[in-house]
Design a binder for this molecule. Structure first.
Ligand SMILES: Cc1cc2nc3c(=O)[nH]c(=O)nc-3n(C[C@H](O)[C@H](O)[C@H](O)COP(=O)(O)OP(=O)(O)OC[C@H]3O[C@@H](n4cnc5c(N)ncnc54)[C@H](O)[C@@H]3O)c2cc1C
Length: 463
């Protein structure tokens, strides 16, 4: 029997699954496998929402596979040992997986491929989590783009909806019968993995992902006008589903294409941002350790640890920053506008190294994605691909007036300020008068802005 393994990682679904479709096309029987890797798990604190999201999504997927007479094989261990051993037990001749540009994942996949090759098992990485892969979107000179606008222009020029967004339908009659793999794998749960079960602010799994995408389509036309206001539901809330592949990138793109409106076009561009950051990570993997723009590699970042802790706790005395950080600590979610504001505040107002903020987000974000998180932080810190220069410093007071005009979001997350009406939540003198127990501002924005600009200038001059 010509059997293959479909190793799922960032593609926790059955529909529109290129890797599964390819395995089913080429083989008589396909086994779907997920491996929890202890070397990844050990990097995370025991309260991690992503573990809860993954476990719930896997449980749903297992149920779906059982409806097709098969089951999900879940393993715990080093993939370069677990996958080859499973292949030899089941007599599988090939293993398929979705390409991942995370340097850690690339190294792991190389180890797995080498171990499989030693046993004569073929392996193939297939592009599934992005529309475009490394080397496809290039300048006329054949080099990768370093800034977004020309990248997105080229991406849109190359994009052919019929091919690029086509649904990948797997022949599910090829799924291996459950009795053949009944004794394979271990039953994974939070205790076995050493994690606490966490409440999630959004429902995990493929069904919930599809429902969230369908719900967003009823709002997509207004995306352009509503996307920047954290108190409203203008955005899609799909990032975690795209991160774990409970929604395929192609189904998201198809949703955008179904609407010939400015809102849908704007949303498609956001999906291209996601592709751009994946492309940067693939072409310039050094961004994981150092600045994208080399002239800023040695910025001194004189900010204090005490200020960093105040930022983490949402106790800076800047209402929009504190509301955003408290929302994040409580839920693992932060609106894009707020991510930009708090990242700018940490790096330009508190002068703390972006890597500390990046790591704090990496630990807590439900939708954590190495490429987008690193790209977003470096953009905000002006060490990355932002076409605007370093002296763009967000003013947290103006940002909150503009994007939370009635203070609805601030009052929801900073109860000390709940007694203030409308505009007053943006006005420090109003909350000092109230004596509401809210902390005083830990820095003076205007002073810190000057310090930030001077820090960048000294580095540019080689000082
Ligand atoms: C400092 C910082 C850190 C970030 N960290 C992450 C992260 O770890 N994971 C993550 O998925 N996004 C990250 N982003 C990007 C963005 O904030 C989130 O993708 C977005 O808030 C998710 O909400 P949504 O799904 O409702 O987005 P929507 O506005 O509905 O956008 C749709 C999708 O497009 C993609 N997207 C949108 N904006 C961006 C962007 N600026 N960069 C890359 N992709 C984008 C996401 O996949 C998103 O789900 C970060 C941004 C910043 C400024």
């Amino acid at each position: 029997m010509n059997r293959a393994i479909c190793w799922i990682r960032r593609d926790l679904r059955l529909s529109d699954h290129r890797v599964l479709a390819r395995a089913c096309e080429r083989h008589d029987e396909v086994v779907v496998v997920f491996v929890f890797d202890p070397s990844i798990l050990k990097r995370w604190a025991p309260r991690n929402r992503r573990v809860s999201f993954i476990l719930a999504s896997l449980a749903e997927l297992d149920g779906k596979l059982r409806q097709h007479g098969s089951k999900l094989v879940t393993l715990l261990g080093e993939p370069s040992v677990e996958i080859p051993e499973l292949c030899s037990r089941l007599g599988a001749s090939a293993t398929y997986w979705g390409l991942d540009h995370d340097p850690f994942a690339i190294a792991r996949d190389e180890r797995v491929a080498a171990a499989l090759a030693t046993n004569g098992v073929r392996s193939e990485g297939i592009s599934d989590q992005t529309i475009r892969v490394k080397g496809e979107v290039l300048t006329k000179g054949g080099t990768p783009f370093r800034v977004f606008t020309p990248y997105s222009r080229q991406w849109l020029e190359l994009f052919g909806p019929v091919v690029d967004a086509a649904e990948a339908c797997a022949d599910l009659s090829k799924l291996v019968a459950v009795n053949i793999i009944e004794s394979e794998g271990v039953e994974l749960n939070h205790e076995l993995l050493g994690f606490e079960a966490m409440d999630l602010w959004l429902e995990p799994g493929e069904e919930a992902g599809q429902a969230a995408l369908a719900a967003f389509e009823s709002r997509i036309d207004r995306y352009g006008e509503t996307r920047d206001f954290p108190a409203s539901s203008g955005v899609s809330f799909l990032s975690a589903h795209l991160r774990f592949g409970t929604v395929s990138i192609r189904s998201a793109v198809r949703a955008a294409l179904r609407h010939d409106t400015a809102g849908a076009k704007k949303w498609l561009i956001e999906l291209v941002w996601r592709e751009f950051y994946q492309d940067i990570l693939a072409n310039f993997p050094e961004v994981v350790h150092t600045t994208y723009d080399p002239q800023y590699a040695n910025l001194p970042w004189p900010g204090s640890h005490e200020h960093f802790e105040s930022w983490c706790l949402g106790r800076t005395g800047f209402p929009i920053v504190d509301a955003a950080m408290r929302c994040f600590n409580e839920t693992g979610w932060m609106h894009n506008r707020l991510r930009m504001i708090v990242a700018s505040f940490l790096t330009k107002d508190l002068l703390v190294d972006y890597k500390k903020g990046e790591a704090y987000f990496a630990e807590g974000l439900l939708d954590f994605d190495l490429a987008s998180n690193n790209g977003g932080w470096q953009w905000a810190a002006s060490t990355g691909c932002d076409a605007q220069p370093y002296f763009r410093v967000f003013n947290p007071y103006l940002q909150s007036r503009k994007f939370d005009p009635d203070g609805e979001f601030i009052r929801r997350w900073v109860p000390e300020l709940a007694g203030l009406s409308g505009e007053d939540v943006h006005n420090p003198s109003a909350f000092q008068v109230l004596e509401c127990g809210y902390v005083d501002a830990i820095v003076d924005h205007d002073v810190q802005r000057q310090r930030a600009v001077a820090m960048f200038e000294s580095c540019r001059l080689g000082g």
